[in-house]
Structure formats: C-alpha cells, structure tokens
Design a protein around this ligand. Structure first.
Ligand code: NAD
Ligand code: SER
Length: 310
C-alpha cells in the first residue's frame, strides 16, 4: 500500500491545528505537512510557509514531499468576509481552484475542502434544512462556499477529481481559537465564563444555529476522507448535524457548572448573518452514505469544554 502524505493548507487555524494532530496520529509525523501564512512554534511539526494563492510554491511543496492528499482550510470566514468582500472572494475561490487544478493534473489524488451552513440563505427552510433545497446565500462567505461546492462537483464530474466536502456547522473546541466567524461566540462564552463569570453576546438570546463539537467535526472529516469512493455519492458537499442551540440555552447549560455566570446581549452586524442561516440541519444523506453520527450534544460538550479549559 502506498503511504499517504497529507498537506494541510490553513493548518494553523481553528480546525487545522486539531485536524493536523489527528492526521499525524493516523499517518505519522513525517507524513503530515502543515502549511499556512501564519507561523506558530510547534516542535516536531513539518511546517511550510505558504500563501495558497501562490500556485507555483504550492506545487513545489507538493512535489518536495510527494503529497498525495490536500486538505484546504485557508479561507476568510463569514464575519471577516463581510468586512473584506473582494479579498474573501479571491482567497476562497482562487485557493480552491489552485488545489482542484493540482488534482485535475494528477499531481495529488484526493482533496478535502470544507463548505458551510452559510451556503443556505434567508429563503431556505430553517428547520431541519434538507441536503437539497433552496440556496440563496446573501453573504460573501456563503456565496463563495456555494460557488465552491458547484466547482467541486464540476471537477468531479468533468475531470474525475476525488474531492470530498462537508458543510460544517459552527465548530466549538477548546484547543484552538476561532478565526472570524459568526458562530465564534459559542467558543468565547466558555472562556469568558471561566475567566470573568460573564459574557456579552453579539447574537440575540433566541438565535438558534447548528453547531458541532470539534471531536465530531474531526470524526466526520476523517470518516468521509476514508470512505470508499463509491460511497461518496455527493461531490458538492454533505450536510452534517451535531446539535442546535441558542445563546440562552448554552448560557443555561454553563450555569449548571458556574451558577453565578451571567450573559448579556448586544447584537452587531453578525446578527443579520446568523438570521440568514438554518436553525437545524437534516443529515440523512451523510448518515446513509458513510455512516455519519455525532457523539456530542450540548450537555456533553459543555462538560468537556469546561473540564479542559479549566
Ligand atoms: P481559521 O480562520 O481559524 O483558519 C484559517 C487559516 O488559514 C488561518 O490559520 C490563516 O492564517 C490561514 N490562511 C489565511 N489565508 C491564507 C493563505 N492565503 N494561504 C495560506 N493560509 C492562509 O478558519 P477555520 O475555522 O479553521 O476554518 C477552516 C475552513 O473550514 C474554512 O474553509 C472555513 O470556511 C471552514 N468552516 C469553518 C467553520 C468553523 O466553525 N470554524 C464552519 C464552517 C466551515
Ligand atoms: N462558523 C462559520 C462562520 O461563522 C460557519 O461557516 O463563519
């Protein structure tokens, strides 16, 4: 069996730092290359500074390490993208083209690229949002993710590129910080609860959004990448669900551990982004095609987050 070598682009962000650790446990330290614009001191980690928009350098790194799979995580997330629409579109699309082209040219064998619940929009049914439904995103981030999904499917159908993708909900973990999304509050709230026993939330108390614990996001990503190709029937991106909650509900759960914790609300531009997204997700296809099932709900996640952050 040929040994896989994995290149993670955007490896020093919220997902990348944790995904790299999991992939190192699977493929070995020497077979996981972390690449990012941002440098972090991580002893023993093979790191290359890379701007994903620099196609020549990306190809050189792929060749240097005989990379077989690329996980493309470099992107601008929803809140930052609204502030910098042109850079967001450029990074989110051109970065993807560079990686898809490498696969089309046969330089790499497999691509992972995450999409998001942001592909849905205000005209999408909000509860139990189906895999196939109305999709009219009204954020730059959502528009770039939807276009990205279309291109992934196109490269699969036209050029047989083995590209796999998941529409992540808001991700929550204790090991790394979130990078400019609308769901970031659900990470900050745990830190602030432990540090200050209070949190001012930028979304309103009844804003329900789909969320997922990082453990489950990594499990889903690795299961999808490991699944036999014929089981991966959707080549745009899979809906997956973990849990759904409002700021009020997460605060109530935290109060069970920190009784004097208080939450207040001061909404900003991120409220409009959240209001355009689903409240919950139907993930029947992911379950049927490659056996997706989450392990964590709000109760279990809160317990684990607070235990580890302490
Ligand atoms: P993040 O912002 O935490 O990390 C992105 C990383 O990419 C950063 O380390 C950044 O330095 C790097 N980067 C930025 N521009 C780059 C460039 N030009 N070249 C190389 N590296 C560059 O983001 P994340 O939360 O880890 O998200 C990773 C992916 O998952 C993104 O595509 C995002 O849209 C998607 N996603 C994330 C969430 C979530 O809740 N975190 C939810 C849905 C989808
Ligand atoms: N968590 C992401 C964001 O808020 C969703 O893709 O941008």
């Amino acid at each position: 069996m040929t040994k896989e070598t994995v290149l993670i682009i955007g490896a020093n962000g919220q997902i990348g730092l944790e995904l790299a650790e999991s992939l190192r446990n699977i493929y070995g330290q020497d077979h996981v290359i972390s690449a990012d614009l941002k440098t972090i001191d991580q002893p023993g980690v093979i790191y290359e500074r890379l701007d994903v928009l620099d196609k020549d350098r990306m190809y050189a790194i792929i060749k240097k390490y005989n990379v077989t799979q690329v996980y493309l995580l470099a992107a601008l997330l929803s809140a930052t993208a609204e502030q910098k629409p042109k850079s967001a579109w450029n990074l989110n699309m051109e970065g993807l083209f560079n990686v898809l082209d490498a696969a089309k040219e046969g330089i790499i064998k497999k691509v992972y690229w995450p999409s998001s619940i942001a592909v849905f929009g205000p005209t999408t049914p909000r509860v139990n949002t189906p895999q196939y439904t109305v999709m009219e995103p009204n954020t730059i981030y959502g528009i770039s993710k939807q276009a990205g999904e279309r291109f992934c499917e196109y490269y699969f159908q036209k050029y047989n590129v083995d590209v796999r993708s998941i529409r992540y909900p808001g991700l929550i973990g204790w090991k790394s910080a979130p990078g400019g999304g609308t769901t970031d509050y659900a990470v900050h709230i745990y830190h602030e609860a432990l540090k200050n026993k209070s949190y001012e939330c930028f979304l309103s108390e009844q804003t329900e959004l789909p969320m997922m614990y990082m453990h489950d996001a990594l499990k889903a990503t690795i299961s999808l990448m490991d699944a036999p190709a014929e089981k991966v029937k959707i080549r745009s991106s899979y809906n997956i669900a973990g849990m759904s909650f409002t700021p009020k509900q997460i605060a109530e759960e935290i109060k069970k551990h920190i009784p004097d914790f208080t939450i207040s609300y001061k909404t900003d531009f991120r409220q409009a982004i959240a209001d355009s997204w689903p409240a919950s997700i139907d993930d029947t296809y992911a379950n049927k095609d490659w056996g997706w099932k989450p392990d964590f709900d709000l109760v279990k996640m809160t317990d684990d987050m607070l235990k580890n952050l302490k």
